[in-house]
Ligand binder design. Structure first.
Ligand code: PLP
Length: 437
């Protein structure tokens, strides 16, 4: 056999194994757990992954390049920079704003960044890590996004940026946020980790801010196992993010290239000798947050399935919403932000304080019956051990954020929830209400 034939045989066998495994996944109500999220893939991803492995490239290479181009096209942005996680993407978004390359626009320690405390810790963490001051505003119940009036109120002389998640896939009020950012010349960062495929005024979230982060952890809309991306339309910010991701290097040559700037041995940098090799010049105190080509190969096959995944998420969301409306006197149901079309990450529910039962009771019943639930991540992050002593400001109180911490949870809407699983989840909710009323 020649090389191509051997490769063909390996890929054929891998595809066959995948098909066998998929056929094994039979759902038995009350016996099989209904997860809140999970990897959904088939032989396409496996073939792409193995094809890449057989090339033996390993570090970011041809597949990463193809993914970056396809992802930029999908979002309609100029630049995608792949990284090893959504948290790394958030770190780079914030770090980029502190770059000396931005001159006077650069954020400095003590500058304020408006955000929320109801969310995931690594949206908040990079602000703390860069000695910036998070200014937390409360969220609205139902949308779980920052209240626009409070955002306006939160702006001070030190405010330099707004960094918000589109909570659980639901876009925040981009009209209001844009107006505030423009009026006060603020940077806008979007945490789009939970909302790939969501739209606001017809335009994809992740394409509005100066920078936006994405996560490809298995819970998200597409996965690479671990992985993430920063996107931007701004060439200067893209170079800064690439530098910070790639050890802090000044050179922007692609792997395997040399002297793309034509000045590799002729420039003066810092206090280095004239003409010091640009490949080893560092203009940022950087990291190495790159991913591997194997991750990109898996992700590329996932990206092709994104439209179908989004449809499945929307279908499950609509079904749950229509069914659970009958309990709206006891549950606050999720609401899409006006002008938005969310690709929901999950189906969040808040138990009304006057419901007559607690979140613990409802969640306990769902879990006992193998319907997996999660809280809205860290609840009120300012009450988490890691964030108790951080320098921060709160505008207008966080009573809704506290209610989210105490009374909100979500169930999944991911594409692994098929018709039978969705029907079962609704049946378990019904049983709870029959018992508790
Ligand atoms: C809103 C949000 N931001 C950031 C992250 C971090 O992503 P990763 O797990 O890829 O680091 C998550 C993770 O689920 C998230 O939900």
């Amino acid at each position: 056999m020649n090389e191509a034939e051997i490769r063909e045989q390996i890929l054929g066998l891998a595809r066959r194994l995948c098909r066998m495994r998929t056929a094994d996944h039979v759902f038995v109500p009350g016996r099989t757990q209904v997860h809140y999220a999970g990897r959904v893939f088939d032989e396409e991803e496996m073939a792409s992954l193995i094809d890449c492995a057989l090339d033996g490239w390993l570090t970011a290479g041809p597949y990463a390049e193809r993914f970056e181009r396809a992802f930029s096209d999908y979002l309609g942005v100029g630049h995608t920079l792949l990284v090893n996680s959504g948290s790394s993407a958030n770190l780079l978004c914030v770090a980029a704003l502190t770059s000396p390359k931005l001159g006077d626009r650069r954020l400095r320690p003590g500058d304020e960044v408006i955000t929320t405390a109801a969310g995931f810790p690594t949206t908040l963490a990079p602000l703390v890590q860069h000695q910036l001051v998070p200014v937390c505003v409360d969220v609205d119940l139902g949308t779980y996004n920052a209240n626009p009036d409070l955002l306006r109120e939160a702006v001070s002389r030190r405010t330099r940026a707004i960094f918000l998640p589109h909570t659980l896939g639901n876009p925040f009020d981009l009209d209001a946020v844009h107006r505030i950012a423009e009026k006060h010349s603020l940077f806008l960062l979007e945490d789009n980790c939970d909302s790939l495929g969501s739209r606001y005024d017809g335009k994809p979230t992740g394409s509005f801010g100066h920078l936006a982060s994405h996560s490809f952890f298995p819970a998200h809309h597409i996965t690479m196992g671990e992985g993430g991306a920063v996107v931007t339309d701004d060439q200067e910010l893209a170079r800064v993010v690439a530098s910070l991701r790639d050890w802090g290097r000044d050179c922007w040559c692609e792997p395997g290239q040399s002297n793309s700037c034509g000045q590799r041995f002729t420039q003066q940098h810092g206090k280095l000798p004239l003409g010091y090799d640009h490949k080893y010049v560092y203009s940022h105190v950087g990291y190495n947050l790159k991913l591997t080509d194997l991750q990109a190969a898996f992700g590329l096959a996932q990206l092709g399935k994104l439209p179908g995944f989004i449809e499945a998420r929307k279908r499950n969301f609509t079904r749950f919403h229509q069914h659970l409306t009958r309990y709206a006197d006891r549950l606050i149901l999720p609401e899409a932000t006006p002008h938005s079309d969310p690709a929901w990450f999950a189906f969040p529910v808040t138990v009304r304080p006057e419901a007559g039962f607690s979140r613990g009771e409802l969640v306990g019943f769902l879990e006992e019956n193998l319907v997996e639930t999660r809280t809205l991540f860290g609840g009120n992050l300012l009450r988490q051990p890691a964030f108790l002593d951080i320098h921060h400001r709160v505008v207008g109180g966080l009573s809704n954020t506290d209610l989210v911490m105490n009374n909100t949870f979500f169930v999944g809407v991911y594409p692994g929830i098929d018709e039978a699983r969705a029907a079962y989840v609704m049946e378990v909710f019904d049983r709870f209400f029959q018992v508790s009323t």
